[in-house]
Every structure is written in structure tokens, then in C-alpha cells.
Design a protein around this ligand. Structure first.
Ligand code: AGP
Length: 620
């Protein structure tokens, strides 16, 4: 939801912090701020609006106001308190001794605030974070302890999710980082350390990172004698932890736009490669099977599963609506799809031998993370299909499968979503081959899966045709996306893509549902995109197109190359290459992503950072 960055080392801190915020802006961008600690004093600059606004503010300061090698910074997606200068982070404590940046939600902040007010503390902002700053100051002053211990003691009183970076004016050579429920990564440089919500601001400085675990507090302190910076980690209940340093594989150019005008278009065009990376090393064609290293040790439990629940939010959940069919058809396992948020609060009727599959690109979606914790309490086996390595969900589940599609920066999910569908189909084969799915059937599907990257390349070659259609429909106020069976979930996803990027009201609907109500909305100004590949339901989908046309509604038909007949019925036709019915969603996603992208560009929207959204929703 928000992005935090910290730096302590020999460089000037402020350029490192501003660049780091730019890399994290996809996590939230309604306000931003920076705090520098130099010669025992804080310089704090913060502003409503994008990081670029903060950058302009900071660059107007003179050199000596900015010099110094210690600082923290934050880009915000508001949870408590409207986007404003005063609610922007960093937050200072009353006495000016503590400064803090925070990603997450302190659930009991009001009760703590009441106690602090009774002790005479005053508050400038409406945020939970300012409460935490004053709690730490209060503990530090009363317990007469150093900043590391003050943070630890204060956090024993806190309920909620947080990733925080804390500095104390009195201890300019110390930085404290703590996390529960929100991500924090520490980059290990040469006598310098970087802290961030994820590795993207860190990778250009160092590939060595440490992922803080829930309940851990990291303290980075300069040895006064030899000026060396030392990192120590302990838990909130004061147990010393070993340091596990990982080496990042992300390449810096993956974070850049690679010549595309937007990250979203780059990531759409990444899909032949991202699907290859999803597949790489996982197909065992001679056995008609797949292999997932992360599941190996759970083979016996997997064999005993007799029910599956898929959880996710937004796009992730829509891909689950597609995966549901695959698990039932290929693995013969009764499967249902739930909002992560709803599963958490459901009374689970029969948890035994039920597997939970959590789908999440960021691996930080609180609703999905909480559903995993609930499933584990119910003794369910939990799996993750996650893109961000080392993310909270990746570390929470019993076993997982990484998408390996690389960083997905645009708020609108594209390459991760096609990979999510593919991995569910591959997982369905994996589970199916334990339950009687024939080798021949497995080989048939896997051979078609291996063709997908090349088929997506064919679709991308026709991007200009989609751009032309986008220009024609860019001023629509409403849109239907219609599909059936595997492509009902596809239709939901197509609608979400369009609405979140273009701000057009788009509704995904099962085509069969149309005549039970939604068809009353059809009129000349209300176009529909109907997913009608040449498959087992083609004739039914063609009838839906005819029903819409009979009521004057414009139709964009999405069908299989060579199926020319829809050109006489629909207003526009988008073609995708032929593939197995179960794989069509992966191909259908691509033109719908392009349609959403081009319409949004035509409407002048900030495609990579649509209004009101964030890439990762880390609060319930
Ligand atoms: C996708 O285009 C949306 N930005 C959003 O629905 C997203 O899929 C959802 O928030 C889940 O995110 P996750 O995959 O990171 O858990």
C-alpha cells in the first residue's frame, strides 16, 4: 500500500531516497516525504502528490540542508487521514527526537493515542503512524533506553501490520527497521545499507538482500571506533536472529520501460517471454507431466486432497475462476473460488483434506494473506502462486510456485495474470496425473502449452488493429465483457482491465446471464466484447452476439483465426490463434489488455498508475 525507503552509508542519502521512492511509487502515490538526519538534527520535507512534487521541493533546498548519509522516505496510499502535506510521512514525535516512516495499519492506534493525549502529547495528523512515533518517544524517555530497545518495547504494545524505519536525533548513527505483516527488505552494501518495501530500489546498489521476517527488528549501527556499520536482527521478544543473505536475480533493465511508453505496454509485450519463464524447467513431456520443486515434499498430502479452495483478489481471483474449471476437469477435484477477504471470515464447513491455493502477484495482498493464516489455523494445506520472491504470502504458505515473470510495475496486472492462469492449468495436470489423468492427455495439453509464447507473439503483431478498435470505442461510458465456461472468468478480467485503466464502467458477465437481466442495458451506446472462440460453446456465444445485435448494441467479437462468419454479424472482430479450449483464456487476455491500454492512452489517463489504485493492497 505504501512504499518505505531508508539509507545509511557513505553516499548523500537524499538522491538515493528520492530514486528509491520513484521505484516504489507504484505502491501508492498520494503524498510523499523524506527525512534527513545530519549533525543531530532532522530536515523533514513532505508533500501531497507524486514523488515528482517532493523531488521538486527537495531540489530547491540548498546543499547544506540536504547533505548527510542517513535518511528515510515514504510514498503513501492513504489509509488513515486524507492525502495531505500534514498526513504525509515521515512523522516526527512531539519532542522532535523520533522520525518514522510506516507501511501498514496500527489497528489499536486510537487507544494508544488516547493514553498519549492524557500524558500531554499533541497530534498534528490523523495518522496511526504519528501515534507510533510518539509511543516510541514516550517509551524511550520513560524507560531511559536506546532507540532500538524503545522501538522493541513500543511494538510489544502495538496490534496491526507494519513495516517501519525509525531514526532518533540522539543516535544519528543508528537506523531501526521492524516488520509485521508488511514487507521490508534490507540491501547489504559495502559499509552502507538500504531498506525498502521491496527489492526494486535496492537492486541497482546491491544484489545482496535480507528479507525481514514478521516480528523481527533490524538495527544498523555505526561502530564509533572504526566507523563500520553493523547489522543485527532480533525478535520483538528479544531473541537474536541469524542473518540470511539472499542474492537477487532481478536485472536493473527489467525495472526500466525498455523503450515502451508505459510499463503496462512493456509488460503486455513481455508475455511471450514471461510465459516461457513460467514454463521453463517445469514440463516433463515424456511423462505427460509437470514438476514443481516446491511441491515435492507434499506429494502424499496432495494425493489425499479431495477439495480445493482458490483465494485471491481482483485479477488474481478472476484467474482462479478459470483455474477452477481446470482443477475439476483435469484433476477431478471439486474446487471453489473465494475472495481472500471473505474466506477469512467464513465458517469453513469441511477443512480436512482441503487445499487452499492463494494467488497473488505481489504476495502482499492483506486479504489474501489473512485467508492463508485462517486456512492454516484450520489445518488446511496452503499453496501460493506468487510472483514476488520472498514476499509475505510466499513465506506464509506451506508450499508455493513462483510465476518467475519478473517485476510487474504497472498497477494493472498483465503478464502476471496470464502466468497465473497457466500455472493453475499446469498444477491441474500435476494433480490430475496423480488421479488418473492419462499421460497422453497430459502430453496433448503440454504440447499446446509449449506453443503459447509463439501464439501470443502472433497476437502482439496485430496490436495496431486493437489500437484502431480502441480509438473507435474510447468514448464509451459503459462496456460489457461476455464469456462462458473458461472464458467467464476471462470476461471478468477483461472488464477489470478496462475499468481500472480507462475509468469506463465495464462489467464482466457470463453470456448466459445476459437475458436474465443485463440485456436491458443494451443500446447503441453500450458496446459488448464477446469472447467467442471456435470451441464447444461457440454456437451459444454466437447466439449471444445475435441477441445483442438485435437490440442495437455494438459488438466486438473475439474469435479464432479463420472463423470469418462473425464479420457479418459483429461490428468488429479480434482474432486469436487456435489452441485448446482450456488455454484460450491465456490468449484472450492479451487483446483485452491491449484494448484497455490503448483506450486509456486515448483518454489521457496515467496508465501505469490509475487514480485511486495501488499495485499492492496491503490493508484489509
Ligand atoms: C489487477 O489489474 C489489479 N490491479 C488488482 O485487481 C490486483 O490483481 C489485486 O489487487 C490482487 O493483487 P495481487 O495479485 O498482488 O494479490
Amino acid at each position: 500500500m505504501c512504499g518505505i525507503v531508508g539509507y545509511i552509508g557513505k553516499k548523500e542519502a537524499w538522491p538515493v531516497l528520492i530514486k528509491g521512492l520513484e521505484r516504489l511509487e507504484y505502491r501508492g502515490y498520494d503524498s510523499a516525504g523524506i527525512a534527513l538526519l545530519r549533525e543531530g538534527a532532522f530536515s523533514v520535507y513532505k508533500k501531497k502528490g507524486r514523488v515528482s512534487e517532493l523531488s521538486k521541493l527537495v531540489k530547491n533546498k540548498n546543499e547544506n540542508e540536504l547533505s548527510g548519509g542517513v535518511g528515510i522516505a515514504h510514498t503513501r496510499w492513504a489509509t488513515h487521514g486524507v492525502p495531505s502535506d500534514v498526513n504525509a510521512h515521515p512523522h516526527l514525535s512531539n519532542g522532535g527526537d523520533i522520525v518514522i516512516v510506516h507501511n501498514g495499519i496500527i489497528e489499536n492506534y486510537l487507544s494508544i493515542k488516547k493514553i498519549l493525549i492524557s500524558k500531554g502529547y499533541k497530534f498534528k495528523s490523523d495518522t496511526d503512524t504519528e501515534v507510533l512515533a510518539n509511543l516510541i518517544e514516550d517509551v524511550k524517555n520513560n524507560a531511559k533506553v536506546n532507540i532500538e530497545e524503545a522501538v522493541r518495547l513500543a511494538l510489544t504494545e502495538v496490534v496491526g501490520a507494519y513495516a517501519i524505519i525509525v531514526l532518533s536525533k540522539d543516535e544519528p548513527d543508528t537506523m531501526v527497521v521492524a516488520k509485521v505483516g508488511s514487507p521490508a527488505v534490507i540491501g547489504v552494501g559495502k559499509n552502507e545499507f538500504f531498506v525498502a518495501s521491496d527489492a526494486t530500489p535496492i537492486v541497482e546498489h546491491t544484489k545482496k538482500v535480507i528479507y525481514l521476517e514478521d516480528g523481527e527488528i533490524a538495527t544498523i549501527k555505526r561502530n564509533p571506533k572504526n566507523k563500520k556499520l553493523i547489522l543485527k536482527i532480533k525478535t520483538i521478544d528479544n531473541k537474536v536472529k541469524n542473518l540470511y543473505v539472499h542474492t537477487l536475480k532481478t536485472k536493473i533493465n527489467e525495472l526500466e520501460k525498455g523503450g515502451f511508453p508505459h510499463f503496462m505496454l512493456k509488460e503486455i509485450f513481455d508475455q511471450p517471454e514471461s510465459l516461457r519463464n513460467t514454463i521453463r524447467g517445469r514440463i516433463v513431456l515424456e511423462k505427460g507431466n509437470v514438476k514443481f520443486g516446491g511441491l515435492e515434499k507434499f506429494k502424499d498430502e496432495l494425493k489425499r486432497l479431495n477439495r480445493l479452495t482458490i483465494v485471491g483478489m481482483g485479477t488474481a481471483r478472476f484467474t482462479g475462476l478459470i483455474g477452477e474449471y481446470a482443477f475439476e476437469e483435469l484433476a477431478r477435484i471439486p474446487t471453489k473460488v473465494e475472495y481472500g477477504s471473505e474466506f477469512t471470515y467464513r465458517d469453513i464447513a469441511e477443512p480436512s483434506h482441503t487445499g487452499l491455493i492463494a494467488i497473488s502477484q505481489s504476495g502482499e495482498t492483506a486479504d489474501t494473506l489473512n485467508s492463508i493464516k485462517k486456512a492454516k489455523k484450520e489445518k488446511m494445506l496452503t499453496f501460493g502462486i506468487v510472483n514476488v520472491i520472498g514476499s509475505s504470502i510466499a513465506r506464509e504458505v506451506d508450499a508455493g510456485i513462483y510465476n518467475h515473470v519478473g517485476p510487474e510495475t504497472a498497477v494493472a496486472s498483465t503478464k502476471a495474470s496470464s502466468s497465473q492462469v497457466l500455472l493453475q492449468i499446469m498444477l491441474a495436470i500435476y494433480l490430475g496425473r496423480m488421479r488418473g489423468l492419462s499421460k497422453a492427455k497430459g502430453q496433448e495439453i503440454l504440447k499446446e502449452i509449449e506453443k503459447l509464447p509463439a501464439l501470443v507473439e502472433i497476437i502482439l503483431k496485430n496490436a495496431k488493429q486493437i489500437e484502431k478498435i480502441a480509438k473507435k470505442y474510447k468514448n464509451s461510458d459503459n462496456f460489457f465483457f461476455l464469456g462462458r465456461k473458461y472464458n467467464a472468468g476471462t470476461a471478468m478480467e477483461g472488464a477489470l482491465k478496462l475499468k481500472e485503466c480507462s475509468y469506463i464502467h465495464a462489467e464482466g458477465c457470463n453470456s448466459t446471464e445476459l437475458k436474465h437481466g443485463p440485456i436491458s442495458l443494451i443500446e447503441k451506446s453500450f458496446p459488448s466484447l464477446v469472447i467467442a472462440p471456435k470451441d464447444s460453446l461457440y454456437e451459444k456465444n454466437k447466439s449471444s452476439i445475435e441477441e445483442i445485435k438485435a437490440r442495437g448494441g455494438p459488438v466486438i467479437a473475439l474469435t479464432t483465426f479463420g472463423n470469418k462468419e462473425l464479420e457479418n454479424i459483429a461490428d468488429d472482430v479480434i482474432y486469436i490463434p487456435e489452441t485448446l479450449e482450456i488455454l484460450t483464456p491465456i490468449l484472450a487476455f492479451v487483446p483485452m489488455q491491449l484494448l484497455a491500454y490503448y483506450i486509456s492512452v486515448e483518454r489521457g489517463n496515467d496508465v501505469d498508475k490509475p487514480r485511486n489504485l495501488a499495485k499492492s493492497v496491503t490493508v484489509e
